[in-house]
Design a protein around this ligand. Sequence first.
Ligand SMILES: Nc1ncnc2c1ncn2[C@@H]1O[C@H](COP(=O)(O)OP(=O)(O)OP(=O)(O)O)[C@@H](O)[C@H]1O
Ligand SMILES: CC(C)(CO)[C@@H](O)C(=O)NCCC(=O)O
Length: 306
Amino acid sequence: MKDQLNYYQIPRDEWKKFYQKHIVPLNNQELLQIKSVNDRISLRDVQEIYTPLVHLLGLRLAAQKQLLAKQAGFLGIKPAHVPFLLGIAGSVAVGKSTIARLLQLMLQDIYPDKRVQLLTTDGFLYSNAQLERRHLLDRKGFPESYDMAHLLSFTNDVKNGLPAKAPVYSHKIYDVIPGKYELVDDPDILIVEGINVLQLPSNQQLYVSDFFDFSIYVDAQEELIKKWYLQRFEMLLDTAFQDPTNYYYPYAQGDRQAAFELAKQVWEDVNHPNLDNYILPTRNRADLILHKTENHLVNELFLRKY
Ligand SMILES: Nc1ncnc2c1ncn2[C@@H]1O[C@H](COP(=O)(O)OP(=O)(O)OP(=O)(O)O)[C@@H](O)[C@H]1O
Ligand SMILES: CC(C)(CO)[C@@H](O)C(=O)NCCC(=O)O
C-alpha cells in the first residue's frame, strides 16, 4: 500500500485480502440477485472488491451512529435517527448506477432490518421546457442544467428525517416525468448516485457532499468509458430504442451507422467536456476512488486517510 498525500493507494491484490476471513462465499440466491442487477458483473469483483467495501461501509455506519449518540449525550438530548448517506459520483456511463444497485443489494442483504434506498440525481435536471427557456437544451448534464438548490434542500430534508419527494427523470421520454415523485421517508441508508453529487453549486454555501457520510468516485480512462457508452448505446438500439414511444426510436429505425455517429458526437460535444471540466475535478473530494479497467474490473482503490 502506497501513501499518496491524503489517500492510501491500494492495489487490487491487497484490497482483496481485507476482511476476507469474515466473508462467506455467495449462495445461489445471492448470485441470482447479483445477476439481476447486471449479468455481466464479475463475481470475482463482487467477492474481492465489493464485499470488503460493504464491510468498510458497515464500519462507517457504526461509527456514524456512535458519534451521533455521543454528541446527543453531550447536548443532553435523545439521539435523532439520521439516515446514512452514500454518494456515488463519476462520468456518464462509468457504471455508477450498476455499483449503486449492487451496493444496495449487498447492504440490504447484510442488514435485512435496515431500509436501504437508492436515488439518482437525474430527477433534479430541469425539465426540457425549463432548459429551453434557459437556452440550456444542449447543456443537459452540465452543472447549470440541474436544480442544485432543490437537490440541496431535498438532501437537507432527508438528513433531518423529513419525508422528501425526489422528481423522477425518464431516459425513455428524455425528460423529467411531470408530477412523478419518489418518496424518501427516513431510510436508514440512502445511496445517491449521479455525475454531480460532488459538485459545488455556484450560488450556494453548501455542497451536497456535506451531507454525505461516505462518497465514492468511480474512475476509469476516458477511452474505456467512451467505449462503454457506445456499447450501451448499441445495445439500447436493439432493445429499449425499438419501442415507438422511446425518444431514440427514430434512431433505431434509421441508418445504424448514422445513429452510431450521433452517439459519438454526443460523447465529444457533451460527455467529454462535462467529464473534463466538471466531473473529474470533483474526484479528489471522494472518500474512496474506485479505479476500473477493461471489462469494468477494478484494479486499484484510493482510500482517503482522514
Ligand atoms: N461491473 C460491470 N460489469 C459489466 N458491465 C458493467 C458494469 N458496470 C456497468 N456496466 C455496463 O456499463 C454501462 C454503463 O453502466 P451504468 O448504466 O451503470 O453507468 P452510469 O454511470 O450509471 O451511467 P449514466 O450516468 O449514463 O446513468 C452499462 O451498459 C452497464 O451494463
Ligand atoms: C441524464 C444525464 C445527464 C446523466 O445521467 C445523461 O445520461 C444524459 O442524458 N445526458 C445528455 C446527453 C445525451 O443525450 O446522452
